[in-house]
Design a protein around this ligand. Structure first.
Ligand code: PHE
Length: 446
């Protein structure tokens, strides 16, 4: 079990590559609209608590399993113990559900990028622009297709490394830009009220829904419970500190999410004149709010161009990790050439993405469990499949292979500082929590 693959060049290489997968639309697009919708400060607080306990325990587990076995999810669980094989299969299904709809949002990002590049940013800030765009039958589909094509091209040509190199430079710029836009947003009239809403927990807004939403977001944002971190772990070197690497990824991922909220939520208050219904816009929140912010600032069109290009790269590194996972699963299963699999996955994803796109317009009457297609796939992966995979992973590690298997792997390099917390989380807290989450999702509480 010690077969080490050609690893990352050191700890930093691992952290950057895993962050490339983790930091994406989940942080910039999804986190702010959930925080806005679920009570602001209370959502933020619940998310932070979950990230340092739950997220930490799960990420350590996945990275350790990967490094221990040197394999990706679909094989790693079975190698540790035959009883676990099916968890790998379940985990592998998740990226297949996420990838197509992820690309629909990726397409929206390209559209907004082109709108700003062609100097039309102002138009995008007008009311109804976003709804008009996502509701139209052809245009969003074309942009989704472009996003899938570009992701496929990278995976097909095997130039992920090149993209990772570019994003190593771009992501810090994104961080700085996000801080800059946040500071600007806070200077807008009425923004302070939004800042308070976002950072001050209002405990009366707390409910199980807050926890369910924050938990789904945690999985999604940190690329957990779908085997991706197992794959990254399989490339990590034994001498590198696993615990502190996981902490770094979490901090980076959470910082970008927090800043994205800071950039958007106070601005929502500023532009709606404090009308709280503006907080419930769901997936459109970023696309509706940011053009207004850019429109109100001097040189805003340029800022818009740079912002959407950077977000595009953040989304691309995440979608590459999703597609790469899908392609390698098929390569393991069927002995077909990689290039052919890439092309099949590309076309299949384009087809599967169609309902998620049209569900915002001409197919908006078709609802599954009361949700349009995109929301349904999002719900299915984040609130059903990922909790199930995470639950099974906890039971598998806590009671089948035992937490010691993971602890020993962590301790190969350095002492495991949070070992006690880890053990309690994996064996007791996480499973109980996950069962509650699952039940509430399944009985339609959310
Ligand atoms: N974590 C990515 C994001 O926040 C999304 C993602 C999910 C990427 C699952 C890979 C796997 O955007």
């Amino acid at each position: 079990m010690n077969n080490q693959k050609a690893g990352f060049s050191g700890k930093i290489g691992f952290i950057l590559a895993a962050s490339g997968s983790a930091v994406g639309l989940g942080n910039i697009w999804r986190f702010p609209y959930l925080a806005a919708q679920y009570g602001g400060g209370i959502f933020l607080l619940v998310y932070l608590v979950l990230a340092v306990t739950f997220g930490f325990a799960l990420m350590v587990t996945e990275v350790a399993i990967g490094r221990k076995t040197g394999m990706s999810a679909i094989k790693a669980f079975g190698v540790l113990n035959k009883k676990g094989s099916f968890i790998g299969v379940l985990a592998s299904l998740v990226p297949m559900i996420i990838f197509p709809y992820y690309c629909v949002i990726g397409g929206w990002v390209i559209k907004y990028g082109t709108v700003f590049i062609t100097g039309e940013g102002s138009a995008a800030s007008s009311d109804g622009y976003f709804e008009g765009f996502i509701g139209s039958p052809v245009s969003p589909l074309v942009f989704t297709g472009i996003f899938i094509f570009l992701t496929s091209l990278v995976v097909l040509l095997g130039v992920q490394k090149g993209i990772e190199k570019i994003s190593k430079i771009l992501m810090p710029i994104l961080l700085v830009l996000t801080i800059g836009i946040s500071v600007y947003s806070l200077t807008l009239d009425g923004a302070m009220e939004g800042l308070i809403y976002y950072v001050k927990p209002n405990f009366s807004a707390f409910s199980l829904k807050t926890v369910v939403a924050a938990m789904g977001q945690l999985f999604y944002s940190m690329s957990l419970a779908m085997g991706i971190m197992i794959t990254y772990g399989s490339y990590m070197q034994k001498k590198d500190n696993l615990e502190s690497s996981v902490r770094s990824i979490e901090i980076f991922d959470t910082a970008i999410a927090f800043l994205s909220g800071l950039m958007i939520i106070p601005a929502v208050f500023a532009f709606s004149g404090g009308d709280e219904s503006a907080l419930n816009q769901g997936p459109g929140l970023m696309f509706v709010t940011l053009p207004k912010v850019f429109d109100s600032m001097a040189g805003g069109n340029i800022v818009g161009i740079v912002f959407f290009i950077l977000v595009f790269f953040a989304a691309l590194t995440s979608s590459i990790s999703l597609m790469e996972t899908i392609v390698s699963i098929f390569m393991d299963k069927f002995k077909i050439k990689r290039s052919i699999i890439c092309i099949i996955v590309m076309f299949a994803s384009m087809l599967i993405a169609v309902p998620s796109s049209l569900g915002n317009g001409i197919w908006s009457d078709i609802l599954i469990m009361g949700k349009d297609f995109l929301s349904f796939f999002d719900f299915l992966s984040n609130n059903i499949m990922m909790p199930i995979t995470a639950l099974l992973t906890c039971i598998f590690v806590g009671f089948v292979i035992k937490t010691k298997a993971v602890e020993d792997e962590v301790e190969l390099s350095d002492p495991f500082k949070a070992k006690k917390l880890y053990r309690i989380m994996i064996k007791y807290v996480c499973p109980v929590f996950l069962v509650v989450i699952l039940i509430s999702s399944i009985i339609g509480y959310v």
